[in-house]
Design a protein around this ligand. Structure first.
Ligand code: SRM
Length: 565
């Protein structure tokens, strides 16, 4: 195996995060002590970094900053493939109600986030979640994050096998520190001075873990519902005669960028080769350790695997994998993605069970007058033996439904004001927004709180231009980090400052093409006129059923200079 280290890494100083991990490789920090100290209003800046490995973010309510800093905590679950049992769902619902801001937020990686948890609720929430056999370990931090898998229940045996593979991959890449259990279940601070804890080195991650986060997704062609190419590592299911024979792997995807920093950019993963199911875990570890050993530990903005791939190239990466695995990967098999997105409404799985895809506006499960989604899902979980699947597009699938229970579920939904047919417009179904304000400390502009009203205005424009039923993938984020994957959308809004967005255009239906910057600053008030101009032109000059994103690529990309992407 090559021992070459990038010269930049040798010369520059490791980041503060690297020093922290090396000093306390168990990741225990001083967390339990602070948690148990009623006088401590919050965790120290260093401990904030350790908290992330435990799935927790220290935040403050940005709406109330003018009157003082009001600390709140966001907690993110580890839910491989987004699959939860009914009791598991009920536990999340209860904890959000008891300790959080009453809502559950489905994330763009098939997990749940609790928002607005106060310090006295943090310990009990974490303990109860773990006692219910669920966890938040490695949901954030410099480790492998929640592993994504196609959310629709088995439409072939293959889908079930892919979910199994996603789950075992998630388990195999979990960090092994005792700190998580000790702090959140036993409520006890690890003894940082003991030799064992001082000398602890994770068998996979080592003492300093990864230089940055690492993300894995699985997808079954022709549906790219996990946005596979935006992941550090993607597994594309390959079938022969209806049987899953293995996966093509794709490596080096990621979306995060920073305004004004050309060194950062979104990148799609390269297809590297083919692996069998038996090789899956070893290959995952090999890719992860390439990131561990070659990622930039001196600059967190430049630390993702995508930069290693971009700067060293695919042939180098393949050689590196061969050295780690002891065998080389054969060429990738042919595959094609043609669409993304979720299934809405009723459908039947191969085992004869039903499933029901439900739209969740910006992923936020809550009750509104006349639209009581949270109550409806709680009632379904309490009364019917079902499974819940969170989707990468922030929706939910109620799955594993015995056909005998269909009427009962339909009745609960109807009583709570939740439609099953015609749930919402095609435009809204294909939209996503990140949480942004008031919880996210990185947000520069509104997103989740703004997108729904903007969608209403864009729907008006679609009606005016004769495009009323058009599906256009629209995604919005409050900053350039890419959390709702705006750089894959046909229309992407990226927050630049309060009330100001970058406008990206030209993603495609299969989410295999990055969009491009069209305008660097569009004020909120100018968004609808801008949309009217573009959609009018689109309606007039589209070719047949051409989608908006493809029209942008065909027409606009020839008019504007290619942008930073
Ligand atoms: Fe993200 C940081 C929310 C998916 C790229 N992300 C954050 C934080 C934790 C802000 C922070 O660091 O303080 C946000 C918390 C907001 C809040 O109040 O809840 C946040 N990210 C989210 C979620 C909840 C957005 C959503 O709409 O669902 C998603 C949680 C996924 C999960 O369950 O694990 C989420 N984040 C993503 C994705 C999309 C994906 O993974 O498919 C990306 C782009 C893909 C990628 O990683 O390149 C993404 N988040 C980032 C980045 C930029 C990383 C980079 O490489 O530069 C940050 C900033 C950071 O890590 O420092 C970030």
């Amino acid at each position: 195996m090559s021992e070459t280290i990038p010269t930049a890494v040798v010369r520059a100083k490791p980041t503060r995060n690297e020093e922290l991990k090396a000093a306390i490789p168990t990741l225990a920090g001083n967390l339990a002590a602070t948690l148990n100290d009623p006088a401590a209003a919050c965790f120290s800046a260093d401990d904030e970094q350790f908290l992330k490995f435990h799935g927790i973010y220290q935040q403050d309510d940005r709406d109330t900053r003018k009157v003082g800093k009001h600390y709140i905590w966001m907690i993110r679950g580890r839910i491989p493939g987004g699959v939860l049992s009914a009791p598991g769902y009920l536990k999340y619902d209860q904890l959000a109600t008891q300790y959080g801001n009453q809502t559950l937020r489905i994330t763009s990686r098939q997990s749940f986030q609790f928002h607005g948890v106060v310090k006295t609720g943090l310990g009990p929430l974490m303990r109860e979640l773990n006692l219910a056999m669920m966890d938040t370990l490695a949901a954030c931090g410099d480790v492998n994050r929640n592993v994504m898998a196609p959310p629709a229940p088995a439409r072939s045996e293959l889908h079930a096998e892919v979910l199994t593979d996603a789950t075992r991959t998630s388990l195999a890449l979990l960090p092994k520190t005792d700190a998580y259990h000790s702090i959140w279940v036993d409520g006890v601070q690890l003894n940082l001075e003991s030799v064992a804890n001082k000398e602890f080195a994770d068998p996979l991650y080592g003492r300093t873990y990864l230089p940055r986060k690492f993300k894995i997704a699985f997808a079954v062609p022709p549906t790219n519902d996990t946005d596979l190419f935006t992941n550090d590592l993607g597994y594309i299911a390959i079938e022969e005669h209806g049987k899953l024979i293995g996966y093509n792997i794709a490596a080096g995807g990621g979306l995060g960028r920073s305004h004004g920093n050309e060194q950062t950019y979104p990148r799609l993963a390269d297809v590297i080769g083919f692996v069998t199911r038996e090789q899956l875990v070893d290959v995952s570890k090999a890719v992860l350790t390439v990131h561990r050993d070659f990622g930039d530990r001196t600059n967190r903005k430049h630390a993702r695997l995508k930069y290693v791939l971009e700067e060293r190239g695919v042939p180098w990466f393949r050689e590196e994998l061969t050295a780690r695995l002891g065998y080389s990967l054969p060429e990738a098999r042919p595959f094609q993605f043609i669409r993304q997105g979720d299934h809405f409404g009723w459908a039947t799985a191969t085992d004869g069970k039903l499933f029901l895809g439900l739209y969740v506006e910006t992923g936020r499960i809550k009750d509104k007058p006349g639209y009581e989604l949270k109550s409806a899902l709680r009632k379904i979980a309490s009364e019917v033996d079902v499974q819940f699947r969170l989707t990468p597009s922030q929706n939910v699938v109620v799955a594993h439904i015995d056909p005998a229970h269909q009427a009962a579920i339909a009745g609960i939904l109807s009583a709570c004001g939740i439609p099953v047919d015609n749930q919402t417009t095609a435009l809204r179904r294909a939209s996503m927004a990140c949480p942004a304000l008031p919880t996210c400390g990185l947000s520069l502009a509104e997103s989740e709180r703004y997108l729904p009203s903007l969608m209403g205005q864009i729907e008006d424009v679609l009606r005016e231009t004769g495009l009323a039923d058009e599906e256009i993938i629209i995604r919005m984020t409050g900053c350039p980090n890419g959390c709702a994957r705006p750089y894959m959308a046909e229309i992407g809004f990226v927050g630049k400052a309060p009330g100001r967005y970058q406008l990206y255009l030209g993603g495609n239906e299969a989410c295999t093409r990055l969009n491009r910057l069209y305008k660097d600053v569009v004020k909120e008030a100018d968004i609808v006129p801008e949309m009217r101009k573009l959609l009018t032109r689109f309606a007039q000059s589209r070719i047949g059923p051409e989608r908006f994103g493809d029209w942008c690529a065909r027409v606009l990309w020839n008019e504007t200079a290619p942008s930073g992407n």
